[in-house]
Design a protein around this ligand. Structure first.
Ligand code: UDP
Length: 583
């Protein structure tokens, strides 16, 4: 339990039933017999106080840490801001691992591969997700010098990582998640693209193909491109770029995997290129990192910043929250205990943090702006550029108070004379899969999947949810009834329900009502003002064609996204979110 005594008079957090279930099941600290040894208020105080306590290290801090702890507690329990799950679970505990995202290098030797496997197990155990590029492994059937045998290749090794992940299961609190990346010019690329074609194969992995500018140009010009063996830098053959791209599209159409990342674009935004190339992201794609780097994320719940009197965003309050959140996340870096010394070193060198948003669709509902409108895209840019600017300002203030991140002088900020920052990056848009349940808001920048739906949580348990803004609008118009909710849950969308007025239909659009182009344009609007990347799934109806996916992947490139993931409804057996087609 936290050693920081809880002051009297702290507000009791107002939780939905779903939030309470999730927190009790997965987040409260447990004793040796599985019994909870803290309550929900205790959990939030443990997090707020242990993170605020880091403030004591910095003489120039304008805060008394105990006062700051109360301010953090208020910010978290009002659900204006939440740190990523590992921080909620582990802050102030013996384990103390607070970051969600890690990237590990996989070098081309048996020893290094199995080191990476072990490191991944340690990270999963602590609640983090791991990303790997397997691009440095020699292709299958290459000769192995020491034994005279042949190499098994990246895909075969990934299966071992997958099995190990299955076994670790992170003490029942969080599933191990992995990102597997392969460069498009790796000789095993076709095997990689097909690696998940059989159901259940590599189920603990998301896959992304790392596309290079050369490859994209070859697709454009309908040319061949070269496959290069990484260990000898030998050209091993050529493939027609369009054929590879179309296989990629076909597999994504069948199962959602693989997605793509634009590797050169990611590296153009690498704030510390002198430390080497970025070759992978974390599992959900929002956080490109250098090998051995980790990042802790936090999300501002935009739904809480609607001012009903002004019928506008409360910008002043948003600004205050951004500055506090940056301070919070910078403290988390120091408060966290990392599973490996190499990671501690790298994290302290660059001090990356990832502040993002959730509750975007809820904010749009309150503002009565349809997600699929020019107005929403404009607003997205306005909100995210505000967060980017203010988070940078906050990081600059912290640099004055605490010093810049140690690698500052070898960063682009120094070269471009942008001034010292405390953090090499400040913004990332995470999926907020669990945080959004705790804060009872829409997840990340995603539209609602359905206005009323069944959510599958761990172990086959289900939760039913009705969007509160939708409910309240219907109640105002005298249209609300439990029967209607059933109907909506079955359909997911209200667009074909005659008795709902047009003005409500226009605003309350769900993922499947929104044209894929708008999904992407929204992602691009947020990406424009985000240092790292944006987690977003382009949801497609079951009837979407492979050509649709081709166009989406292409448009993602043209719009400046760093990667893209599509999901065609009904293409896999187990979806994390599903419409409640209960009939
Ligand atoms: N993550 C993980 N296991 C999970 C869910 C998430 O390792 O079961 C990691 C992964 O790196 C992901 C990141 O946490 O990209 C952020 O995911 P999300 O925002 O959904 O997490 P939350 O903080 O809401 O639990």
């Amino acid at each position: 339990m936290s050693k920081n005594k809880m002051p009297s008079g702290l507000k009791e957090p107002q939780l939905t039933r779903n939030a309470e279930i999730v927190l009790k099941k997965r987040y409260l600290r447990k004793g040796p017999n599985g019994e909870s040894i803290e309550d929900i208020k205790g959990l939030f105080w443990r997090v707020a106080s242990s993170v605020a306590k880091e403030e004591q290290k910095y003489e120039a801090s304008p805060y008394n840490w105990e006062e700051l702890a109360k301010i953090f507690y208020e910010m978290i329990t009002s659900f204006k801001f939440l740190p990523n799950s590992p921080t909620l679970m582990n802050a102030g505990t013996k384990l103390g691992q607070l970051a969600a995202c890690f990237v590990l290098p996989v070098e081309d030797s048996m020893e290094a591969i199995f080191d990476a496997l072990k490191y991944a197990a340690l990270i999963h155990k602590s609640g983090g997700g791991t990303g790997f590029s397997f691009s440095r492994l020699r292709p299958k059937n290459s000769r192995v010098g020491s034994t005279g045998g042949v190499a098994s290749g990246p895909v075969s090794f990934m299966k071992i990582f997958n099995t190990a992940t299955e076994q670790v299961k992170q003490g029942g609190t969080r599933r191990g998640a992995n990102m597997g990346i392969l460069r498009v010019d790796h000789p095993d690329i076709l095997d990689f693209i097909k690696a998940k074609e059989r159901d259940g194969e590599l189920n603990n992995f998301n896959l992304s193909v790392a596309l290079t500018e050369d490859f994209i140009q070859a697709v454009e010009k309908d040319e061949e491109y070269e496959l290069v063996s990484p260990h000898r830098k030998e050209v091993k053959g050529k493939l027609k770029a369009r054929e590879v791209f179309s296989l990629l599209v076909q597999k994504a159409w069948e199962s959602g995997d693989p997605g793509i990342i634009f590797l050169d674009r990611i590296n153009r935004d690498n704030p510390t290129p002198k430390q080497g190339e970025i070759e992978s992201t974390n599992p959900c794609g929002e956080q490109p990192l250098l090998p051995y780097e980790a990042c802790n994320l936090g999300s501002i719940n935009l739904a809480k910043f609607y001012d009903p009197k002004k019928q506008d965003i409360n910008w002043q309050e948003l600004k205050t929250t951004i500055h506090l959140a940056v301070r919070f996340l910078d403290n988390v870096i120091d408060a966290s205990k990392y599973p490996l010394p190499q990671i501690t070193e790298k994290v302290h060198l660059n001090r990356k943090i990832g502040l993002g948003v959730m509750g975007w669709a809820d904010l749009l509902f309150q503002l009565k702006v349809p997600y699929n409108s020019q107005q929403a895209l404009k607003l997205a840019e306005q909100v995210m550029s505000f967060i980017q600017t203010e988070s940078k300002a906050a990081s600059k203030c912290l640099a004055q108070e605490r010093g810049p991140f140690p690698a500052y002088k070898e960063s682009i900020y120094y070269e471009k004379k942008l001034g010292p920052y405390r953090n090499a990056t400040t913004t990332t848009i995470a999926p907020t899969g669990t945080l959004s349940i705790i804060a009872a808001c829409s997840s990340g920048i995603e539209p609602l999947f359905a206005l009323s739906f069944v959510r599958n949580v761990m172990d086959g348990e289900t939760l039913v949810e009705v969007n509160p803004y939708f409910e309240s609008v219907l109640k105002q118009k005298g249209l609300y009834s439990p029967k209607l909710m059933e109907e909506v849950a079955k359909k997911g969308s209200i667009q074909k329900l005659d008795f709902i007025p047009e003005e409500i239909k226009r605003v309350f659009v769900t993922a499947m009502d929104i044209e894929p182009e708008y999904h992407l344009k929204m992602q691009a609007a947020f990406q424009k003002y985000t240092d790292n990347a944006v987690s977003k799934t382009v949801n497609l109806p079951n009837s979407a064609t492979q050509e649709d996916i081709w166009n989406i992947y292409w448009l993602a490139y043209e719009l400046g996204c760093k990667g893209v993931t599509v999901y065609r409804d009904g293409c896999k057996n187990a979806q994390v979110l599903c419409t409640g087609k209960a009939d």
